[in-house]
Design a protein around this ligand. Structure first.
Ligand SMILES: C[S@@+](CC[C@H](N)C(=O)[O-])C[C@H]1O[C@@H](n2cnc3c(N)ncnc32)[C@H](O)[C@@H]1O
Length: 232
């Protein structure tokens, strides 16, 4: 099929965007936050860090929640933005070695008063929490995304943002074991799109990121095209 639409190479675009980012976002990544004896966990990377940073500065959430701290890369990026707007971050990490490394890195970044690292399974921690988050970053295990979605939406304030990392796994070539995440993310993306109380945009930066806003009305009402799987 021919098209008149101008095209560009995604990888080049990615490198170009990264080259435009502020030094501290890139340095944070390069300095290596992980201790040598702990298995590496991929971070959100500089472009998504910058996106979350911009969203925090724009929406000024008082309380932010992160699922999946790892060694604190995304937490530190968010903490720097939260310092400017007077907000706090609660971040949950299941692996005590990573949580320990994150606490050290957060302390070194001078953000211990902004960021609280909870060492536990996020599925358990979120049980009794009241809905008071203006922004939630979902970057935990991909197998949990779908199951956790309704609870995370409950925990958002109205007009709050849910940011989900790795949503373009279904169209990426992932190595052997990681392939199962493609299916998990496919189901997750469809569930997100099917939520009448969430409006979502998917962006091809990093490994794909979805930004969803919790809406006060049913966004399908009176607008759904006939072939949508929805009869509201
Ligand atoms: C992709 S890494 C997070 C990267 C981090 N957000 C960053 O950008 O630096 C995913 C993390 O989620 C953690 N995790 C997995 N399952 C979890 C659970 N049920 N509760 C809390 N953390 C979990 C993993 O141990 C891992 O550190």
């Amino acid at each position: 099929m021919t098209t008149d639409r101008p095209t560009y190479d995604f990888e080049r675009a990615h490198q170009y965007i990264e080259g435009l980012l502020p030094d501290y976002i890139r340095r944070l990544q390069q300095e290596g936050l992980l201790p040598e004896d702990v298995p590496a966990q991929p971070s959100i990377g500089p472009t998504v860090a910058q996106l979350v940073d911009v969203l925090i500065l724009a929406t000024k959430p008082r309380n932010v929640l992160e699922i999946g701290t790892s060694a604190g890369y995304s937490a530190i990026a968010m903490g720097k933005a939260l310092r400017q707007v007077g907000g706090k971050l609660t971040t949950v990490e299941i692996d005590p070695r990573l949580a320990h490394a994150a606490r050290n890195n957060i302390k070194e970044a001078g953000l211990s008063d902004i960021i609280d690292v909870i060492v536990n399974d996020a599925n358990l921690v979120l049980e009794g929490v009241p809905p008071h988050f203006g922004l939630i970053l979902q970057d935990g295990t991909k197998d949990d995304y779908l199951r956790m979605l309704p609870r995370l939406i409950e925990l958002l304030e109205m007009n709050g943002l849910l940011i989900t990392d790795d949503v373009l796994f279904p169209v990426m070539s992932l190595p052997g074991k990681a392939k199962r995440y493609q299916y998990a993310l496919q189901l997750y993306n469809e569930a997100l799109q099917g939520r009448p109380d969430m409006q979502t945009v998917w962006l091809p930066i990093g490994d794909g990121v979805a930004i969803s806003v919790k809406t006060p009305t049913n966004r399908f009402k009176g607008e759904a095209p006939h072939d949508w799987p929805c009869d509201l």
